[in-house]
Design a protein around this ligand. Structure first.
Ligand code: AMP
Length: 283
C-alpha cells in the first residue's frame, strides 16, 4: 500500500495506473476504521481491482466543534486494517493540503431540499462541508467508482447530487453498500468508540425502534408509529433529534402507510454527548 500526503502526487500516480488500463475504486473515510469501512474497501477491491482509501477528519462538515475535537483517531490500527484488506493506496492529507486557502473560502453547492431536511436541518452547513471535501478528494483520487455506506443514507443522496452538479456524473459511478451492524443490531460507527459499555447497550434501541417501525408501518397510523418509536428511544435515555418516515427517493414525508413508493425510516439520537444515526428501508 502506497501512502500519499499530497493531492498532486496521488493524482499523478493514479493517472499513470488509469493510463495502464486499471479501474480505480475509491473509499473516502474519516478514519477510526471498523468492519463497515473495511466492507466498502473490499467491495472496491472486488469490483475495480484497485482500491484507494482516504482518511481525513474534515473540519468543515462538523457543525459542533466539540464533536470535531473528540472525533476518534486510530491511525495505526487503520493502516493495519487497510493493509489486511488489500488496499492499494491510502491518501492521508493534512488540513492545509485540502484547504490551502483556509476553511472559510469554499464553493457553494446547490443541494436543493436535501440540505434543509433531517441531517440538513439539525446540522446546518454539514452537507456543504461534505460536498466540499468529497469534491476535492475526487479531484485527487480520480476514481471510476466511489464506494459509500447506506448507514449515511442522506449523505449518499447528497453525493449523488454532487456528482450531478459538478459534472462528474458520467465519470464516477456511485456504489452503495449495506450497513454493517454489531451482533446486537447497533450500526457500526466510529463514534461508537466514544460510548461506555452501558451506553452502547442502550443505543441498541435505535435499531430496535427502526425494526419496530418496519414491522408495524402498514397497520399503525404513521404519526402514532413515530411517537411509539420515539418512546422506545427515550425509554433507553436516547434523546432523538428526529424519527422520520420518508420517501426513499426524495426524503419527503410519507403520510399514508399504503403507499407503493419505497419508504425509508431514519433516526438521529444522542446517547450522552454522542450523536448517532441509523436507517432502514421498509419492507
Ligand atoms: P465515515 O468515516 O464515518 O465518514 O464513513 C466513511 C464511509 O463509510 C461512508 O461512506 C459511510 O457511509 C461508510 N460507513 C460508515 N459506517 C458504516 C457501516 N456501519 N456500514 C457500512 N458503511 C459504513
Amino acid at each position: 500500500m502506497v501512502i500519499f500526503k499530497r493531492s498532486g502526487a496521488l493524482r499523478e500516480y493514479l493517472q499513470a495506473k488509469k493510463n495502464a488500463g486499471l479501474t480505480i475504486g475509491f473509499v473516502p473515510t474519516m478514519g477510526a476504521l471498523h468492519a463497515g469501512h473495511i466492507s466498502l474497501l473490499r467491495e472496491a477491491k472486488t469490483q475495480t481491482g484497485f482500491a484507494v482509501a482516504s482518511i481525513f477528519v474534515n473540519p468543515t462538515q462538523f457543525n459542533d466543534p466539540k464533536d470535531f475535537e473528540k472525533y476518534p483517531i486510530t491511525i495505526e490500527s487503520d493502516v493495519k486494517q487497510l493493509l489486511e484488506a488489500g488496499c492499494d493506496a491510502l491518501f492521508l492529507p493534512t488540513v492545509k493540503e485540502m484547504y490551502p486557502d483556509g476553511t472559510k473560502a469554499t464553493q457553494h453547492y446547490d443541494l436543493g431540499s436535501l440540505e434543509t431536511v433531517l441531517e440538513g436541518e439539525f446540522r446546518p452547513g454539514h452537507f456543504q462541508g461534505v460536498c466540499t471535501i468529497v469534491h476535492r478528494l475526487l479531484k485527487a483520487a480520480i476514481p471510476d467508482k466511489l464506494f459509500m455506506g447506506q448507514k449515511d443514507y442522506q449523505q449518499c443522496m447528497v453525493i449523488r447530487r454532487l456528482l450531478q452538479v459538478s459534472g462528474l456524473e458520467d465519470h464516477v459511478a456511485l456504489d452503495i453498500s449495506p450497513t454493517r451492524r454489531e451482533e446486537t443490531g447497533l450500526a457500526m460507527s466510529s463514534r461508537n468508540m466514544r460510548l461506555s459499555p452501558e451506553e452502547k447497550e442502550k443505543a441498541i434501541a435505535i435499531y430496535q425502534a427502526l425494526q419496530f417501525i418496519n414491522k408495524h408501518w402498514r397497520e399503525i397510523p404513521l404519526p402514532e408509529l413515530k411517537q411509539k418509536a420515539w418512546q422506545l428511544l427515550t425509554a433507553k435515555d436516547l434523546r432523538p433529534d428526529y424519527v422520520a418516515i420518508v420517501d426513499a427517493n426524495d426524503l419527503t414525508v410519507v403520510e399514508n402507510n399504503d403507499t407503493k413508493q419505497q419508504v425509508v425510516a431514519l433516526i438521529a439520537a444522542f446517547m450522552g454527548e454522542v450523536r448517532l444515526i441509523d436507517n432502514l428501508l421498509l419492507t
